[in-house]
Design a protein around this ligand. Structure first.
Ligand code: MRU
Length: 332
């Protein structure tokens, strides 16, 4: 990974070129791809070279700057980047922030994208600081990857785990593998192993077993979009984990920057859920695991109702139920 403001980052920008760590090839290969064309940046978001709500926001911001360097029409650039993935609000938030830049020169837009990236890292650090004390010693379960790889750097859910470990909490992680795209097995396991945080990889259907045995003391996940009432869209399977956590009286935390909160929608029913290729379900990498012609559903995200969420940890503070009031207060 590259270094930005003292943390590891999956994206780097230098001399007008955006470099992305190709997350499709982790954990076995660490390959960086250079981008000089905004259309290719859009394709990188769509094809999951880069993924994770804050990371795709940062990438889109750099994409806007690159489009300006190419002298492409500003609105076309923004539209192409916005048309990549529908669920994570950070993508649209970042493009909106870039639209506010004056003047819309390549230099000003590049500076704004770098500032947005730096702000995201600062937010992740603050989320970590605000959430660290909430995690009890023992084992924490996480789902998908909400780490340095999914953000400008440091991570949201994994930022809280990092900060807890840095503050001396004796913590080990259970990482759900996160079918079908395996962000847990491929990315979270890789990232935490590199950070020296003790981690046990489990398949998604093992979480209930370990909770029932008393092996899990808390859950922390990231978010792709949080509605005004606290309903939270995150990687498919998050809802199941939240139900299991409630059954076992285990606190369930969401960690996300304010840029993930969509105050324009009252609840989670308004969150668009991305449907991805059936191939992600019928195949694991190149290996076919289902018969030809089988019908497949592949929603990439689900919505965890606010009532199952113990607290939402942001850079501005920790929101507790009722979220309509506590989230609104974080913005004031
Ligand atoms: O499809 P992905 O890999 O982009 O989904 C990522 C997640 O669901 C993350 O948990 C979420 O974006 C938070 S990342 C800090």
């Amino acid at each position: 990974m590259s270094r930005m403001n003292d943390v590891l980052s999956p994206l780097a920008f230098s001399n007008g070129v955006l470099s992305l760590l190709d997350q499709r090839r982790l954990p076995t290969e660490e390959v960086w791809i250079d981008y000089r064309d905004y259309r290719e940046v859009a394709a990188a978001i769509r094809d999951m070279v880069v993924r994770g709500a804050p990371a795709i926001g940062c990438t889109a911001a750099y994409g806007v700057a690159i489009g300006a360097m190419q002298q492409a029409p500003f609105d076309e650039v923004c539209e192409a980047l916005a048309a990549t993935r529908p669920t994570a609000i950070n993508l649209f938030w970042a493009i909106e922030r870039m639209k506010q830049v004056v003047p819309r020169t390549p230099l000003a837009l590049a500076r704004a994208a770098i500032a947005l990236h730096e702000d995201d890292i600062a937010s992740c650090r603050a989320i970590g600081k605000n959430g660290a004390a909430l995690l009890p010693a023992g084992r924490v379960l996480t789902h998908c990857n909400a780490g340095a790889l999914a953000t400008g750097g440091y991570g949201t859910a994994l930022g809280v785990i990092r900060a807890a470990v840095e503050s001396g909490t004796a913590l080990a992680v259970y990482a759900d593998e996160t079918r079908p795209f395996l962000q847990g097995a491929r990315l979270t396991a890789w990232e935490l192993q590199r950070s020296g945080i003790p981690t046990t990889l489990i398949t998604d259907n093992m979480a209930g077993h370990f909770m029932a045995k008393g092996a899990i003391q808390s859950v922390v996940v990231g978010a792709d979009r949080i509605a005004a009432n606290g309903d939270t869209a995150n990687k498919i399977g998050t809802f199941t984990v939240a139900v299991l956590a409630r059954e076992h009286n285990i606190p369930f935390f969401v960690a996300a920057p304010l840029s993930t909160i969509d105050r324009a929608i009252p609840d989670g029913t308004h969150i668009p859920i991305e449907e991805r290729s059936p191939r992600e379900v019928t195949h694991i990498g190149p290996l076919q695991v289902a018969p030809d012609g089988i019908a497949v559903a592949n929603p990439a995200f689900d919505v965890t109702p606010a009532r199952l969420i113990t607290a939402i940890i942001t850079e501005a503070g920790v929101a507790r139920p009722p979220y309509r009031d506590s989230l609104a207060a974080l913005f004031s």
